[in-house]
Design a protein. Structure first.
Length: 262
């Protein structure tokens, strides 16, 4: 575990794999920490430098006073990559992490050579929906929303397993203020126009049972980028890297090979 002091925020990050390998940066979803990617790591090829981090207000990173903007989340990982001297990375972003990926690609294309937009959108939900969720988190805590979130995150089959408890616990142990702060960042983001200007290798990944970012939203988003690819993972919800890690890793690996990243 390592911490990066970026001034207004301190980001917890870790690097696995080959320290001299080609870089892959992972950015996880709202209400999770960098352990989201643990299930796929054993299935990824050797020779990769795997960089993961907790966004502000989540995991072991610090929690500046909210609400947050998407610009702040983009700036956080931009500064982290500059600090670690990471360039020409494959950037894998899931949900809010996929929005961060879009913003970073627009701002700093020198940092990213290819992008994976997983279970995300150029715009997710409406400000009214997010305002309601923020108000409920502030009034009653994440616990009050947890069961509904589990239904959107996971397929019916997965929700009947004991493993569900691990992910529910991860969610409810995130700070309420950090969750609300990042919810505000999603609420204020509409990347349809800037994302349509991107020109880089792009892969969209969706889960067939995703109740947060349905497959049509993911496809619509990646279709904004000419030449993009799309892959649907069946029997998976919002976090297919958890439910179908072998398939998720195989799709990532093929994309890396197709784009010459490995």
């Amino acid at each position: 575990m390592q911490i990066a002091d970026l001034g207004d925020v301190k980001l917890h990050y870790r690097i696995d794999g080959d320290p001299d390998g080609v870089p892959v940066v992972f950015s996880n979803s709202l209400g999770t920490d960098l352990r989201l990617w643990d299930p796929i790591l054993p299935y990824l090829p050797k020779g990769l430098k795997l960089i993961r981090y907790d966004k502000r207000g989540h995991g072991l990173s610090s929690m500046p006073r909210g609400p947050y903007s998407m610009g702040a989340l983009v700036r956080d990982v931009e500064r982290l990559m500059d600090l670690l001297e990471i360039k020409n990375a494959l950037f894998v972003g899931l949900s809010i992490g996929g929005m961060t990926a879009q913003g970073l690609a627009v701002k700093r294309l020198d940092l990213i050579r290819a992008v994976v937009l997983s279970n995300t959108g150029a715009k997710i939900g409406t400000p009214e929906v997010w305002d309601q969720r923020i108000a409920e988190v502030k009034a009653n805590g994440i616990e009050a929303l947890a069961d509904g979130i589990m239904e959107r995150w996971f397929s019916k089959g997965f929700r009947s397993t004991l493993e569900l408890e691990l992910w529910r616990n991860m969610l409810v142990r995130q700070p309420d203020e950090g969750y609300a702060g990042c919810s505000a960042a999603i609420s204020g983001t509409d990347f349809y126009t800037p994302t349509s200007g991107l020109r880089l290798p792009t892969l969209g990944i969706a889960g067939s049972e995703d109740g947060s970012t349905p497959p049509d939203l993911v496809r619509e988003t990646v279709d904004l980028i000419p030449g993009s690819q799309f892959h649907l993972i069946r029997k998976a919800g919002h976090l297919p890297c958890v439910e179908q890690p072998e398939e998720y890793a195989a799709v990532l690996t093929k994309f890396m090979r197709d784009t010459g990243h490995i």
